[in-house]
Design a protein. Structure first.
Length: 115
């Protein structure tokens, strides 16, 4: 695992994700893809990203957020999905729902504009 670059973009994404996570009574994540380790999940997520096929994806655990997030090749946060460890050899990939993505985008724009 690695640390996430301290950029305005990443900070706004993390703040928006935390705001989503603290929204009571709403479910903004859905998923049913499971793998037996985190690395396989990251490879799957990498296929959905703009990273190169040569990139060996890494995960980051962010305080205040559930699960692991992929760090893109350029150091930005891949916030469209997260990985939840359910059991010793069972990792679930969850994606933001359409409602979740819309809410995330609005929050992200708000937090970027504040900086």
């Amino acid at each position: 695992m690695t640390t996430l670059a301290n950029t305005t973009d990443n900070n706004a994404k993390v703040k928006a994700l935390k705001a989503l996570e603290n929204t009571v009574g709403k479910i903004f994540w859905a998923g049913n893809n499971t793998h037996d380790n985190l690395e396989k999940c990251l490879v799957g997520l990498n296929l959905d990203s703009t990273n190169s096929g040569w990139y060996n994806p890494v995960a980051v655990k962010i305080n205040g957020l559930t699960g692991y997030y992929m760090v893109n090749q350029d150091g930005s946060l891949f916030c469209e999905a997260r990985v939840i460890k359910q059991e010793e050899k069972k990792y679930l990939i969850e994606y933001l729902t359409n409602e979740g993505w819309n809410k995330f985008e609005n929050l992200y724009i708000q937090f970027v504009d504040e900086n």
